[in-house]
Ligand binder design. Structure first.
Ligand SMILES: *Cc1c(COP(=O)(O)O)cnc(C)c1O
Length: 400
């Protein structure tokens, strides 16, 4: 999963270009920077890969989500449908916009289900934040159609599925805009970084302006630029962008390795009839960052998690207990804990987060186990891993 596995000479070379000139800022200084525009180049590479007109790099995936919401004109009083299984940043971004997160059920894609979204729609619903979790996609065709039918803005948070696609079309290009994270744990990393992609010129204009105090980025005198809107500082720096640029070139190789390694690991799991697999609407487009599988019930899942950990299998995730990815353990969000008078106190959610029940999502999450798929496993490491996984599962489950 993490691009950090492949950190090397290519990243150092890109960073060195920036250090050689000392221009760490992404705008201006045309003469001094000796032709190095790392953020711009990174954006061009992202836009080209996704076949979109615009990409804008920013400081993180969290800020990319905040920028997306602002650029789409989503704010005070608007309801945004969000998944309960995501990274908590998505919920924070909606709250930061002054908007109201409304949780809907997921399905066995591990993403929002069209049925769940439809049930959560109210007259105040403005957008859907669709998160493609753990490297793979939601039921996109149905969700795109649903958003069109109800006139909802679709934002795809593709932080965990860079390089994935659905029927040949890259994830992140199905809605109004797509967002990405390049933090230390993501498919490619900038150290810290994020991006937004879109075909909509107005969204792009708002995005780069909003990320930089409203600067219009016209002309070569920063102090004299226009400021069409109010913004903030969500800029990426040249060093971070330089790392991302080198990492991005390695993405095809990463995907190829992840897909091959996941396939090999799946063979071991498939020997056990009680194990079932996550629904992937288009297998060919899976970024294959995680091997996700289900057990028949929570207690069997917990027993398997313990057995895997006891065998020393690395990267075993039981998201149902995780404090940052599933709503069950988001005490701070459930209680809306924040310093007095912080923006969150201005919203009145239609759901009582403290008592909110999502039985379908619970039923899915409590049976789910994920194993991180690494890029750099050797044949020998993979064989050892498979043996450990089979041994662990055999201690709990019957073989076919
Ligand atoms: C990681 C992540 C984010 C936030 O990205 P940062 O770069 O860490 O701020 C947002 N959404 C999802 C789905 C993520 O996994």
């Amino acid at each position: 999963m993490p691009g950090t596995e492949l950190f090397g000479a290519e990243e150092r070379k890109e960073v060195q270009d920036v250090l050689d000139t000392g221009i760490l800022f992404r705008y201006n200084f045309d003469a001094q920077r000796k032709g190095h525009w790392k953020a711009k180049e990174f954006e061009q590479a992202l836009a080209k890969h996704h076949g979109v007109r615009f990409a804008h790099a920013c400081s993180s995936g969290s800020t990319a989500d905040a920028i997306a919401l602002a650029a789409c004109g989503i704010g005070v009083g608007d309801e945004v449908i969000v998944p309960p299984f995501t990274y908590v940043a998505v919920i924070e971004a909606v709250l930061l916009a002054g908007a109201v997160p409304v949780f809907a059920e997921i399905d066995e894609t591990l993403c929002l289900s069209p049925e769940g979204i439809e049930k959560a729609i109210t007259p105040k619903t403005k957008a859907v934040m669709l998160v493609h979790m753990c490297g793979s996609m939601a039921r996109l065709e149905e969700i795109v159609a649903l958003c069109q039918k109800h006139n909802l803005i679709l934002i795809e948070d593709t932080a965990q599925a860079l390089g994935g696609s659905y029927k040949g079309k890259p994830l992140g290009t199905f809605g109004k805009c797509g967002t990405f994270s390049f933090d230390f744990f993501k498919i490619i990393t900038c150290g810290e970084g994020g991006a937004l992609i879109t075909n909509d010129e107005q969204i792009y204009e708002y995005a780069h302006q909003f990320s930089d105090h409203g600067h219009d980025h016209i002309g070569d005198n920063r102090g004299m630029e226009g400021h069409p809107i109010i913004g903030f500082n969500y800029r990426i720096g040249e060093i971070n962008a330089a790392i991302g640029l080198a990492q991005f070139r390695k993405m095809p190789y990463m995907l190829e390795r992840q897909r091959a390694n996941k396939k090999a690991l799946k063979e071991s799991l498939a020997k056990f009839p009680e194990v079932t697999f996550r629904h992937i609407p288009d297998e060919a487009g899976d970024a294959a960052t995680f091997m996700d599988f289900f057990l028949p019930d929570e207690s069997t899942a917990r027993a398997v998690v313990n057995a895997l950990r006891k065998e020393g299998v690395e990267g075993v995730q039981y998201w149902y207990d995780n404090h940052f990815h599933y709503i069950k353990n988001w005490e701070h969000i459930r209680q809306m804990k924040a310093p007095a008078k912080l923006y969150v106190h201005t919203i009145t959610p239609p759901q009582d987060y403290a008592t909110l029940q999502l039985p379908q999502s619970d039923a899915i999450m409590s049976r789910l186990i994920s194993i991180v798929v690494r890029i750099t496993w050797t044949e020998e490491e993979l064989a050892q891993l498979k043996a450990k996984v089979e041994k662990a599962l055999s201690s709990v489950l019957a073989l076919a």
